[in-house]
Design a protein around this ligand. Structure first.
Ligand code: SF4
Length: 228
């Protein structure tokens, strides 16, 4: 199995996003690049990860870790908001209501406080599946537990201030951390907004303000207060 060079991946990812946003289709190009990066990551994991991937137990219906703060770049938020806007009207309304309720409960909480609340992500359906799976955040893609019981113990222990380790696939974790960093840095290099925001607050805001997507990405004017 070939050894993988994450530093080179970081540089290449930066280059992919360090492109000025020109014309009305500029944002579409960036969104399609994001899709490609995610597709490439899955291939790279298959090719270079020499650990036993059959040990990974994450899958549809397991929602134990979907109670944490999830950081996403503005570009990821735009991809998710565009995906959600295509939901059937009833489903879209449900997501909006869930986002309103969740965001009013978790905004301003740090990671530990958010975990203690155990409020589930607004994008989980009744079966515990992720309704935005094709465009799910890079952060969510990085998670790969090898033991469901340790995930549950870690979440339960957080209520008592305990920190319990969760064994994860390190190659996958590193892969998506590097991509997250590369996307953000590349956008910044192109003088676009490469900052990250919290998933629920950002997508809620973008659903309510679709006309602002390109301006926000280009001008970097989104403030924390705007999400309230
Ligand atoms: S986006 Fe999907 S995978 Fe990520 S926390 Fe929400 S439901 Fe879970």
């Amino acid at each position: 199995m070939e050894k993988y060079d994450f530093n080179s991946l970081l540089q290449k990812t930066k280059q992919r996003f360090a492109v000025p946003l020109i014309g009305s289709d500029g944002i579409d190009r960036l969104l399609s690049e994001l899709n490609l990066v995610c597709a490439d990551a899955e291939k790279l994991i298959q090719r270079y990860d020499d650990s036993d991937r059959s040990l990974i137990v994450c899958g549809a219906g397991c929602q134990d870790c979907c109670v944490v703060n999830v950081s996403i770049t503005l570009l990821e938020g735009i991809a998710i908001a565009r995906f959600v806007r295509k939901f059937a009207l009833d489903d879209l309304e449900q997501v909006r209501l869930k986002l309103d309720s969740l965001w009013s409960a978790v905004r301003g909480l740090d990671d530990d406080e958010r975990l203690v609340m155990r409020r589930k992500c607004a994008f989980l359906d009744a079966n515990g599946s992720c309704t935005i799976y094709p465009v799910r955040p890079l952060f969510c893609r990085s998670i790969s537990s090898t033991d469901v019981s340790t995930c549950r113990a870690a979440v339960a222990g957080s209520v008592f201030g305990e920190i319990k380790p969760v064994l994860m696939n390190q190659f996958q974790l590193q892969m998506y951390k590097v991509l997250f960093s590369g996307v953000g840095s590349g956008l910044e290099q192109a003088e676009l907004d490469g900052r990250s925001f919290q998933l629920s607050g950002l997508v809620r805001y973008l659903l309510n303000n679709p006309a602002k997507e390109v301006t926000l990405l280009r001008e970097g004017t989104l403030k924390w207060d705007d999400l309230y």
